[in-house]
Write a protein that binds this ligand. Structure first.
Ligand SMILES: [Zn+2]
Length: 166
């Protein structure tokens, strides 16, 4: 039992180091939301125990994944909440594979794609040549989306941030 625990700790440490610099950014966010720690969820399929941590905060800006940390700012009742969570967990898996290359291969292109997409949308160009999920970073995350269970508390887990109205 002790060996299993030590081995798991070591593996977690190696994974944390491998996934730099995004895990450092993600871990910093977790520290910033330290007071809301009890609201963090760990996705757990009961087998690998390597699912990412998830925090839902108020706002309506979407979601992102930094290493094994997922932050979601989507209003209550948002219909795509669970698919979005599963998709973001797909990005977490990409991070685990790509390690230090994640931000270059996935993070930055994905951010630019989302920015361009939003920019077009705000200008009324709702007819885009491709759906959002068409871009390789997104199609890949969908392919690797979380298949395990999502905790029932997830939909009620909204954390209020200061200066934000509900
Ligand atoms: Zn995505």
């Amino acid at each position: 039992m002790l060996v299993t625990k030590a081995r798991r700790t070591l593996l977690t440490l190696v994974a944390w180091l491998w996934e730099q610099p995004q895990t450092l950014l993600g871990s910093s966010l977790r520290l910033a939301f330290h007071g809301a720690r009890y609201r963090w969820f760990k996705l757990d399929d009961g087998v690998s125990k390597t699912g990412p941590f998830v925090l839902r905060i108020t706002g309506n800006w979407g979601a992102f994944s930094l290493g094994q940390t997922i932050l979601m700012g989507l209003p209550p009742g948002y219909p795509g909440l669970e698919p979005m969570l599963r998709h973001e967990a797909g990005h977490s898996r990409q991070s685990r594979l790509l390690g230090p290359l994640y931000l270059v291969v996935i993070g930055l292109p994905s951010l630019l794609w989302a920015g361009w997409y939003t920019w077009r949308y705000r200008r009324g160009r709702t007819k885009t040549p491709h759906p959002y999920g068409w871009f390789y970073t997104e199609a890949w995350a969908d392919l690797w989306a979380w298949q395990g269970p999502v905790p029932a508390e997830f939909t009620q887990s909204l954390v209020q941030t200061s200066g934000d109205s509900p």
